[in-house]
Ligand binder design. Structure first.
Ligand code: NAP
Length: 268
């Protein structure tokens, strides 16, 4: 009988989570497993019913396409449905299954030291990743936010949802000056169009953050580095959201002093 956690989704073979959690379990000498488990949409309810009574199951991460549907099978003590609108982690508390979302914390950790209160920010995208980003930015009291999206109306709705001041514009609008620019769209990802922005309106101390991690150096990050701006790549958030979940599953902080080795494994 070995304690275990897992990541569920469909498809699931591509998930990096088993590598990340397995790396930390080994570093800490914790005897537990972390697996990938394919769950089809019509068996999501059965999955949670089975795991609820499995004493070895510590919880799961959730990926596409279950991040919203899983909310129907868990207690939402943190009000995630009304804020980010999707969960990426489920854990057990006695007989109860608790849903939560560690994406916002994972996104925010690398920029936690930035003086963001009242600072202008730019966000690209208005999907699930953008919701986690905007939630974190609203908690950090940033503003105004310029949200660039293929469908600006969706962006305007998200700004209103998170109570953020600012405006929603199409993707080709010129950038305003901003302290932080975050790409939360898939543009720049392998197989997608690149993100071609004129970064010249950004001040010298601006930070450019790309959630895309395949490739690790996106055209956006390359352009930011060419301008000598500080950058944060998508692996930072990927590792950060996993670290928050790891601690919930295994009651131990993830050993982040091994990040360099982990990043090498993840980019092999
Ligand atoms: P998503 O739901 O596919 O993205 C939706 C957003 O991207 C929408 O706003 C959509 O615009 C826009 N979009 C999609 N395809 C586009 C295209 N061809 N041209 C212009 N806009 C397009 O994805 P997501 O889940 O939010 O994730 C976004 C990105 O973040 C992905 O690359 C994902 O890998 C990355 N991500 C990284 C992490 C991490 O830990 N580093 C975590 C989560 C996500 P419309 O509103 O007009 O449809």
């Amino acid at each position: 009988m070995t304690a275990y956690a897992e990541v569920i989704g469909d498809p699931i073979a591509h998930s990096k989570s088993p590598l990340i959690h397995g790396f930390w379990l080994e570093k800490l000498g914790i005897e537990a497993d972390y697996r990938a488990h394919r769950v089809m949409p019509d068996t999501l309810g059965d999955y949670f019913a089975e795991r609820r009574t499995d004493p070895d199951w510590r919880g799961c991460n959730i990926t596409i396409p279950h991040k919203v549907a899983a909310l129907d099978h868990v207690e939402d003590r943190g009000g995630v449905r009304d804020s980010i609108g999707a969960i990426n982690t489920v854990l057990r508390d006695g007989d109860a299954l608790i849903g939560t979302n560690t994406d916002a914390a994972g996104f925010f950790a690398p920029i936690a030291d930035m003086p963001l209160s009242g600072a202008p920010a730019i966000v690209l995208g208005a999907g699930g990743a953008a919701r986690a980003v905007l939630f974190a930015l609203s908690k950090a009291d940033v503003g105004p936010v310029t949200l660039l999206n293929r469908t600006p109306l969706k962006g305007a709705a998200l700004l209103a949802h998170f109570g953020l001041k600012g405006e929603a514009l199409p993707l080709d609008a010129p950038l305003p000056p901003a302290a932080l620019l975050t790409n939360a769209s898939p543009l720049g990802m392998k197989g997608q169009d690149p993100l071609d922005l004129d970064l010249s309106p950004l001040p010298e101390d601006a930070v450019v953050y790309d959630l895309v991690y395949a490739p690790l150096e996106t055209p956006l990050l390359r352009a930011a580095r060419a301008r000598e701006l500080d950058t944060v790549d998508g692996l930072e958030m990927l590792i950060g959201q996993a670290a928050a979940a790891f601690e919930l599953f295994f009651d131990a902080p993830a050993p982040r002093d091994h990040d360099a080795e982990l990043r090498e494994l993840l980019t092999k």
